[in-house]
Design a protein around this ligand. Structure first.
Ligand code: IPD
Length: 258
């Protein structure tokens, strides 16, 4: 572990234990909707505040962009945080959510981590230093038969329903087992961990992927060029795949992998 990875681990673990406490408290977290199917709990804001304070104290001068509080979209060193990815799961008492934290240096991901507090899983990567799950090096799966593959296709109300159904249909017809578990960040991490072969979503925001994309490339997989101009501000499609099925997934979902 490098000093940067240690600092990131400390921040996301501390944030995750706050999330765990809120999820398991007797008073279940109340939720509201920011829009159709767009959940918000008080815990989202509280955790983002905590992470912002940690970054300010440990890395003075660095900029922060957060899902709830907004912030900078540029800067030599830009941290991007999603306090709870999988908020709908968190709100509805489904134990599948995480904190996501990524660091872009000069517009390029330098490090990223997710912490999933319910199973105590820390996914972390730094450029050139590998991707790790609870201290064990991760590697994407070697599955090369699309008929043996599992793919998660993410969904939100930001895209037309038909676009989502077309993606699911193409993947299912090609022979993939298709799932949707409600946390884009964890879906991407599962590609890095070799638990599934690919994750695809027609539109996703920067805070949902900033902690996760480096996990995949450091684990030997492929992702699209999410950080192309406008990606931080407006989001982009995302596709992540193991190496063996990269060409197939690229063709299925129509998103170029690099
Ligand atoms: C959402 C989740 C979901 C994905 C959406 C995201 P949130 O993030 O990651 O799985 O499909 O695109 O907006 O609202 O839980 O932070």
């Amino acid at each position: 572990m490098t000093p940067l990875m240690t600092a990131i681990e400390e921040i996301v673990r501390a944030a995750g234990s706050r999330m765990h406490a809120a999820f398991t408290a007797t008073d279940k977290p109340a939720y509201s909707l920011k829009g159709r199917q767009d959940y918000l709990t008080a815990t989202d804001g509280a955790i983002e505040e905590f992470v912002r304070a940690q970054i300010e104290a440990r890395f003075p001068g660095d900029k922060v962009l957060g899902e709830e509080g907004g912030g900078s979209v540029d800067g030599k060193r830009l941290w991007i945080v999603d306090p709870i990815d999988g908020t709908a799961n968190f709100a509805r008492q489904i134990p599948h959510f995480c904190i996501s934290l990524g660091l872009l240096v000069d517009g390029r991901l330098e490090a990223g981590a997710l912490y999933e507090p319910m199973q105590d899983e820390l996914f972390i990567a730094q450029r050139g230093k590998g991707a790790w799950l609870n201290g064990v090096r991760m590697q994407v799966s070697s599955v090369s038969d699309v008929g043996a593959s599992t793919v998660e296709v993410g969904w939100s109300t930001r895209i037309p329903v038909q676009t989502y159904l077309d993606m699911v249909g193409r993947a299912a017809h090609a022979g993939c087992s298709v799932r949707r578990a409600g946390s884009g960040a964890l879906g991407l991490a599962y590609v890095a961990a070799g638990r599934i072969e690919a994750y695809a979503e027609a539109h996703i925001n920067a805070w949902d992927v900033a902690g996760a994309l480096l996990l995949i490339t450091e684990a030997g997989g492929h992702v699209n060029d999410f950080w192309t101009p406008g990606g931080i501000e407006n989001g982009n499609p995302v596709l992540a795949s193991n190496a063996a099925l990269a060409a197939t997934m690229q063709e299925l979902f129509g998103t170029p992998l690099v």
